[in-house]
Design a protein around this ligand. Structure first.
Ligand code: 13P
Ligand code: SF4
Length: 350
């Protein structure tokens, strides 16, 4: 990266000292990760943001829903900043507050709403988290989805899982032993979600029809092809991948899990990793004694994560030094109150 920008980022960060705390998600560019005070998956970053009360400014190098969650979990005198406001998440956008309210009406009309516990993936807007809190549910991330679902099935007999169908299905089927036949797909673009009242009554898992466009690109062919190309390879994928990909893989887990698996791997071992490319490239560089390849041959960055780059970070930090606070992410108090219930429920999961 541009040495001039690196020097400016260093100088601005040093000038701010403890007033600023920079969080970096594992899918961020190397040039950004270099300046992160802490890196992590979305669970770890939410917890770390909540535990940094002395920092005036939390600069969140990640995507919009992560910054919102940080705003909910931090105190009122802290400001959460997203270096580029266009860093959204296409999966989070797949469930709007109106659509989810309509879905709840459909569940009520089918006579099942009081048996349903909503579980919302962290990758959702604050509105969806508030809906979840209002209806006694919990948030989950890819590193605690099994515990969240287990908890939810202790509270009710059915789960509405939002918005990632794949994480919902993979966790239900692989970890909780729920049959794929007991999972139904709710399509927000169809009347009644495209489901009959009878289908809803028979289902255990009601999966929202959302997905990650990055992880959705890995296919069964990618797994078969890499096994042929790299004999003896261990295939390690993120649970946002399609069910058939997860079934064909050797290991499945969140970004933190993937990092730990590579750290613990034997020298000389071979790995094909199915997650975002910035992370896979960083892992390959960190483990020169192992063979680490990307699961698919086509390039697969998360384009919105990549919007946060060094120029945006420098602009953010220099603005703070000059006394301007740009791109503050704030959740309104009413939404925050209920979203926090659901987030606190997640943080309290056993
Ligand atoms: P984790 O960091 O929780 O594994 O989530 C991956 C992801 O897609 C974040 O947007
Ligand atoms: Fe959203 Fe997928 Fe990008 Fe994560 S990787 S921010 S889920 S689009």
């Amino acid at each position: 990266s541009d040495p001039g920008l690196v020097a400016r980022a260093r100088a601005a960060k040093a000038a701010l000292g403890d007033r600023v705390f920079i969080l970096g998600h594992h899918y961020q560019r190397d040039e950004v990760i270099e300046f992160a005070d802490v890196t992590g998956d979305s669970f770890k970053l939410a917890r770390d943001a909540a535990n940094k009360p002395e920092a005036e400014f939390i600069v969140f190098c990640g995507v919009h829903f992560m910054a919102e969650s940080a705003d909910i979990l931090t105190s009122v005198n802290q400001q959460v900043i997203l270096p580029d406001l266009a860093a959204g998440c296409s999966m989070a956008d797949m469930a709007t507050a109106e659509q989810v309210a309509e879905c709840w009406d459909v569940l009520s009309d089918a006579g099942i709403a009081d048996t349903v516990v909503p579980v919302a993936y962290m990758n959702s807007s604050a509105d969806i988290k508030a809906f979840t809190g209002r209806h006694g549910g919990t948030i989950c991330t890819s590193s605690n989805a099994e515990r969240a679902l287990t908890w939810a099935f202790e509270q009710g007999t059915k789960v509405l899982f939002l918005p990632d169908q794949h994480l919902g299905r993979n966790t239900a089927v692989r970890d909780l032993g729920i049959s794929p036949d007991e999972c139904v797909l709710y399509n927000p673009h169809k009347p009644n979600g495209g489901l009959t009242a009878e289908q809803l009554r028979d289902a255990k898992m009601i999966l929202w029809r959302g997905h990650c466009s990055v992880h959705g690109r890995f296919s069964l062919d990618s797994v078969n092809e890499v096994r042929e190309r790299v004999p003896g390879v261990t295939v390690l994928v993120h649970p946002e991948c399609k069910h058939e990909v997860v079934e064909a893989a050797d290991l499945v887990g969140s970004t933190e899990y993937i990092i730990r698996a590579l750290d613990a791997a034997e020298p000389g071992s071979k790995w094909a990793v199915g997650t975002e490319l910035n992370l896979v490239r960083r892992l390959a560089k960190a483990h020169p004694d192992k063979e680490v390849v990307f699961l698919d041959r086509t390039v697969c960055f998360c384009s919105t994560m990549n919007r946060i780059d060094l120029p945006h970070l420098v602009w953010t930090l220099e603005s703070l030094v000059e006394g301007r606070v740009p791109n503050v992410i704030t959740v309104d108090p009413e939404t925050e109150k209920y979203a926090k219930l659901a987030l606190d429920q997640m943080l309290a999961l056993p």
